[in-house]
Design a protein around this ligand. Sequence first.
Ligand SMILES: Nc1ncnc2c1ncn2[C@@H]1O[C@H](COP(=O)(O)OP(=O)(O)OP(=O)(O)O)[C@@H](O)[C@H]1O
Ligand SMILES: [Mg+2]
Length: 472
Amino acid sequence: MKTGIDKLPYEWLEEIINAAAERIVVVDREGIIQYINGAYCEFLGTTIDEAHGKHVQEVIENTRMHMVIKTGQAEIASIQSINGSEMIANRYPLYIDNELVGAVGTVMFRNAQDWLDYSRKVQPLLEELTYYKKKFEKELGSKYRFEDLVGENKAFLEAKRLAERVSGSQSAVLLLGESGTGKELFAHAIHHASPRGAFPLVRVNCASIPEHLLESELFGYEEGAFTGAKRGGKMGKFELAHRGTIFLDEIGDMPLPMQSKLLRVLQEKEIERVGGRAPISVDVRVMAATHRNLEEMVQQGKFRQDLYYRLNVMKIDIPPLRERREDIVPIASILLKKLAHKFNRQGIELSANVVSKLQHHTWPGNIRELENVLERAVNVLDGRVIYTSHLPLYLQDEPVLLESRVKMEVSENVFSCNESEVRPLKEVLAQAEKEAIIQALDAADGNKVEAAKLLGIGKTSFYDKCKLYKIN
Ligand SMILES: Nc1ncnc2c1ncn2[C@@H]1O[C@H](COP(=O)(O)OP(=O)(O)OP(=O)(O)O)[C@@H](O)[C@H]1O
Ligand SMILES: [Mg+2]
């Protein structure tokens, strides 16, 4: 094969080599120097004539060129000390027509300073890389720990203890509980405490991905697998979760054909990309969650029994909020702290009436509903205390037994504000007026003219009062 290099004048070749590698040495199979450039000789305190034809070990201190001829293996960026300087050397075996004929060695950096100058240029790039890596890990990683799972209720503590125990094992975990009970929090905490905690936790919402995309989402695809397939293909969630955990959320919504494919992966521990030829082995722990009754679904033929058994190795039942009423206030307190931080409003409290309302509501949306109720209240709040008027109407309208209200006031000293406390009449009237306005605005969906009508007062007077009480 002609490369055209023979067309270059000889002097050019010499200069090209000098420019490409400041110091360069070439040895034959016996380690005899066949070529060495002037810069290298100068550094070594010798001359080209003197060095040429000598064994490399006689000329270059600490050289390993004779090793490269033996092993046929390149040595990249190895540190070599010559004349008291630590230099970075690259050594390559020289193959001509598939035959090892010698080796070529270059010195990349003449001294540590050169290396430092170079690394200073590389450093920002490395930092950028680390930043993106961290960001990526954060997105894939787990956000919650066991200590974030608040609650003292017996059934809840049992679930938490079981979760802590299973985090050490490799078994599949099935998290069951109504919507908003904290299934995802549990999954995060288990993953984080497990030996896989440093690897990704990858969540797949089986309910929100269209059926025809679920397979490629989970298993990835090869380039050209279908029209619109990305160049180079795409990794699926299982591959992304390698060495970590895959969290199959809303597993009860997974279509039957996909269930069969998932079962195969769990059994074989191998995935096949869509349009792929060879299976790829993956090391992934599976956690699944659903608010559906899987046993019932199995009986109805909507969920594969064998898959159910596979996933159900460790089942964790998270109780609904209405069955752990003693936890409502502590959870509300934690949520309020988070909201205070988010809205930059410190020291928000619940009035005793509100505490009572919260304790008696049935919470079909569980902790997520509680979170929403509190966030809404903080949003419409001017002062520091959340009163009943700050709650959504459906909660305001729920009757509260006087007996339990009194009990709450005694037991809940966390929320110090007591609505039955005697206050100056002016203050009470102002508060009542303000609450009435908020309520009217609520009922009128924020329409001020409508709200004024509901209260039976004039528009101007309504606007004045809104201004007075800082209601927008
Ligand atoms: N024990 C807990 N302590 C504090 N906050 C909690 C707790 N459990 C859940 N939460 C909060 O409640 C909200 C709902 O939790 P999560 O998303 O885990 O529920 P889920 O069971 O996955 O619900 P869904 O079935 O609707 O997906 C989250 O915002 C979470 O911060
Ligand atoms: Mg969830």
